[in-house]
Design a protein around this ligand. Sequence first.
Ligand code: KDG
Ligand code: MG
Length: 409
Amino acid sequence: MKIVAADVIVSSPDRNFVTLKITTDDGVTGLGDGTLNGRELSVVSYLRDHVVPLLIGRDPHRIEDTWQFLYRSAYWRRGPVTMAAIAAVDVALWDIKAKAAGMPLYQLLGGASRTGIMAYGHASGRDLPELFDSIRTHLALGYRSIRVQTSVPGINAVYGVAAQPNADGRRYDYEPAQRTPLPAEEDWDTRAYLRHLPGVFEAVRNEFGPELPLLHDGHHRMTPIQAARLGKALEPYDLFWLEDCTPAENQEALRLVRQHTTTPLAIGEVFNTVWDYQTLIREQLIDYVRSAVTHTGGITAMRKLLDFAAQYQIKSGIHGPTDISPVGMAAALHLDLAIHNFGIQEYMPHGRLTNEVFRQSFTFADGYLHPGDQPGIGVELDEQAAARFPYVAAYLPFNRLKDGTVHDW
Ligand code: KDG
Ligand code: MG
């Protein structure tokens, strides 16, 4: 088999997606996701200008060799753009291999280790009644694990809270990337957040009881000592995890957090290689790996990362917001089903237009996802539908403190 074409398709049904379609001389096609929220066109150029010419004529079955070739021959290693581009190629090649084998991808990864993939949904509210309604809605939809995000008095717009007004007054509706010429400015106050959040979790536990797994995303905003304090304050409410409590480029910082709290920690959605986790995993400073297949070099690299984590009883919590396309999501689900150290999968259903462009075989029922049993990863791209939605520039917001200082968003 030989690769005869590799096309980069950019579409913006509900939001921007970058999809790589690889075609072989046998007419088998494979899809990979290279979407990097707010920086999509840099991956498009990396693929079109620098990777596609290298793929033509290669044997699509040589996945490990292609991964190593793309990673090492660039000389310039790592980084979100490079690793998203490599991920797109890697997942497309696994899709082709599984289609050629006539099997769903999870079978090639060792077969199913479980019958379903526990997913968590995103509940949020501007106040407690709205938050409780959102949790009830998610429970009614079948979710059995729930992420809780809430507005904070004194802060105008907080990450992860649907229905709050945007900087420009429009409804936020979760999706943080906005189709505006400049990034929207949001505000932040860590002390107000630390004062408010434990009371919210106390109220949620009182209302919904002790059993429901609850998660929370700190979205990189605390210093290590602030994160330690929050983890400790949340201990009575038995969180499934506290995510991205600090900006984790500084892996050593997690030692301090860990010394002070037994709240489980999840980190890594902005990471893109196993090296970002070396200290975190070796010293058991985290409990869950948050990388996305789309941003961390694909199935090949994620499998190695999660096998490394498994040696330290650290589990998966693969990133799955709506800026991961259905292709990236499907790839994650095959891995989730196959690995032993699965923890939980983030799941935010895509919008109607996205589902018109990407036809998916994966299912969600009773709190559990399943990738389906179609050969390959189980996603088809409707290119005519995709062409109806051209790229629209969009940016993630950024934060400023009260005195105007830029803060982590
Ligand atoms: O593009 C940014 C989003 O992927 C990120 O803000 C989502 O933190 C996130 C999450 O946990 O899903
Ligand atoms: Mg997150």
